[in-house]
Structure formats: C-alpha cells, structure tokens
Write a protein that binds this ligand. Sequence first.
Ligand code: NDP
Ligand code: 2IT
Length: 444
Amino acid sequence: MSYVDEMIERVVAKNPAEPEFHQAVKEVLNSLRPVIEKNEELYRKEALLERLTEPERIVSFRVPWVDDKGQVQVNRGYRVQFSSAIGPYKGGLRFHPSVYQGIIKFLGFEQIFKNALTGLPIGGGKGGSDFDPKGKSDREVMAFCQSFMTELYRHIGADVDVPAGDIGVGGREIGYLYGQYKRITGLYEGVLTGKGLTYGGSLARTEATGYGLVYITDELLKDHNMSLEGKTVVISGSGNVAIYAAEKAQQLGAKVVSMSDSNGYVYDPEGIKLDIVKDIKEKRRGRIKEYAEAVPSAKYTEGKGVWTIPCDIALPCATQNELNLEDAKALKANGCFAVCEGANMPTTQEATDFIQESGMLFLPGKASNAGGVATSALEMTQNSERLSWTFEEVDAKLKGIMANIYTQISRAAKEYGHEGNYVMGANIAAFAKVAEAMTAQGIV
Ligand code: NDP
Ligand code: 2IT
C-alpha cells in the first residue's frame, strides 16, 4: 500500500469519531501524492506524515462560570498546538456549540499549511470552546472569557502560541481575554491578535480576511483575463469575513446580492447595503432577517438555499461543509464560474471535486482566507517593534501577500502537471516549506 493510503487508514483509525479532521487530512494527503511518491523512502524513514498528522500537544480543560441568574455553567475549552515547525503556534479561537476536539484538530491542521503559505514565521494551532456567545450578556461573555484564560494563559505567550479570533470570537472577546492574560501574568505583550486599536491591535486586521479573500479572487480573475467589475457575487455568512469580503468586492465594482446567517439568507437584487448589515451584525448582534425588514428591495428566506441564487462568483464565508454537491450543481447550473473559500473547508469534498471537474475556478480556504492570519502576523511584528503602522501600509502588505500566495499555488500546481488545480498547488507549496523545516530540525 502506498505511504499516503497507509497514513489515511492510520489517521482514521487513531482519531475515531473526528470526521472533519479525517476530511482535512485526506484532502491534504491526496493532493500530496506526487510529492510523497518522489521521496517515499526518506519520508517513511523519518515518519514525516505520522509526525505531521499528530498534534505536538492538545490541552482540554474545564471552564466554569456563573450566568446572570447565579447558575454555575461548565463548558469545555481546547487548545491544539499542532505544529511549531516554522514558528510559534498561531491560529484562532472558536466559540460555538458545535466545537469538539475534531473541529479544533481539523482547523489546527489546516492552519499549518495556511500559515506556511503566508511566507511569515508562524506555526499551526487552534482552540476554542463549545460555549455559545449568542444571547449572552456582556457580563456573561466576560465571565466566560476570564475563566477560559485562567487556564489557557499557562500554555500561551508572545513567542509560544498566539491565539486570535474565529467564529464567535471578535473584538469584544479578544479584549476580555487579553485583560485577563495581562492581569494574571503581568505581561503587556502580543499574546493575542485581533486586539483593539487602543491596546496593541493592528489597523486593517478587522478587514483582513475578507479583503484578502477578494484580493486573491481578483488575482485569480486577472490571471484568467477577467475582473470583478460588474460581476454578481453571492456571499454566505454575515460575520467578520463575510462583511469585509462584501465591502472589498463592492469597492472593486462587483454587486453583492446575498448574505446569510445560520437561520436564513437575504437576497437583494439592488445590491446589499453594507452599512445596514454592519449595524445589525456588528452593533446590535441581530439576525440577517432584520435586513429584509429594513430594506424594501430585499427578501428573506428561512433555511439554507443561499447557493440557489444566480451569481458569477460564490464566496462561502460561514462555516465548514456549508456548500455540498447539490449546492455546487445549483451554482453551476445558474452560471457561476468561480468559488473562492472565505471560511475554513466550507466546501465538501464531493462539491470540490464537482466544481473542479466541471471547469469552474476554485480557491481553497487555506490559500484564500490566509489574509487574516497573515495580518495577525503583521500585528505580532508591530507589537514586537512597539510601533503601529498605518492602514495603508498594512493593507499594501496584505495585498502583496495575497498576490504572492496566488503565484505560489498556481506555480506549484503547474510544476506538478495539474495547472489550475489550486487545491493541489496550495497543499504542495505549503508542504514543501513545512517538510523542509521539519527535516532540518531533526526528530522532534
Ligand atoms: P463570525 O462569528 O464573525 O461569523 C460567522 C458567520 O457564519 C455568521 O454569519 C454565522 O451565523 C455563520 N455561521 C457560523 N456557524 C454556522 C453554521 N453552523 N451554520 C450556518 N451558518 C453559520 O466568524 P468569522 O466571520 O470570523 O468566520 C467565518 C469563517 O471564516 C469560519 O470558517 C472561520 O474559521 C473562517 N476564518 C475566519 C478568519 C478570521 O480572521 N475571523 C480567518 C480565516 C478564516 P450565526 O450568527 O447565525 O451563527
Ligand atoms: O482561520 C484563521 O486563519 C483564523 N481564524 C485567523 C487566525 C489568526 O491567528 O489570525
């Protein structure tokens, strides 16, 4: 049996009941086949793939807190420190009721490769909790964050492991987490990114993931002699990534006609008015349904179905496996020609295969959403030199990083005879860097 097939069997057997982790590992290993086959003997001897798929460390901990009624609640917290081959562990924290070890491991595994593509010295990690911030008061969120950090602080540090936001973790949560870290350790250091601008945050970090997604989509289109100008775009989600993807797409001349949340989606043929979405989501923490109540041209539909809206370009920016084979077929039938992932693994494997086989363009999240973590790394740099760069400086660097990622992944795909297969290109280019660093550092 080939080394890759052996490894896939081993990962499934050793990590039972973690389907998202299996899915992420299979996608990476399957696309690495041509590289692994070339060096099979060496990699087997070094157990490179065994080491790559085994996290360096996982911590799981109790998070007790008191709700507004005086009732004690208990959640479970996680931090997966997956790989420090190319730098300190780096990756977000997700607070969502669906969080369990398998989700954090899939995200941490993806993060290794994504971070490698940024060209910056950051390793792969991820963490979070099954805590649901939805409907909680600010005091409850603070109580949870303080309790979470009271355990997490001992595992992290500016040169050790630097968490940030993800689903359910935005500026408010990062603030509470940072305050508690500082209180316990007495250190004012860049231990978290996505911080507020008054206490060490970087300009453009809030916008970075969404902007970066659109910058690399623009690179992809340019390479295929097209542009965003006049294109119709459907975006799922209405959180941090979705909002700033919509903003940049509009700035570049596209028309965004739809956004969603876990309850349903809105369709606005006149183009989404982002100030209204921002007011609902960023200020009032409301539901996307309220958009249709405020905008007469918009229609709200309960449930999934955002991918049935005709568009040229689809940007899934909500969560894993939100775009399945049926959705992909609907997009294709309606004339969509490009799917670029803003979320982590939003497209199922079957849908990805269909999209690629049917000749649509496809950018995998580990390349196309890397602008967020790249800008986090720029925040770390600014914290280390105790300086703050201007918005324009950070944005220009982000744009350069996204262009460089596009060049790397398209070149790697071509080199291995799979031109236009950016999944293979991303995995191969990222693996080359991580594998070289692992080999150089010996058996650790
Ligand atoms: P937010 O919490 O800001 O927004 C998440 C959005 O996705 C919300 O609209 C939410 O709807 C929706 N959503 C979440 N879970 C589900 C679900 N199970 N089903 C349907 N809709 C869902 O998160 P982000 O925008 O930060 O993250 C979105 C995606 O982007 C995630 O996959 C994340 O891992 C990825 N990502 C984020 C980066 C960042 O910098 N923030 C960087 C790179 C990737 P609702 O409010 O109803 O829950
Ligand atoms: O998935 C991701 O890359 C993030 N949630 C951002 C991680 C970070 O450290 O900025």
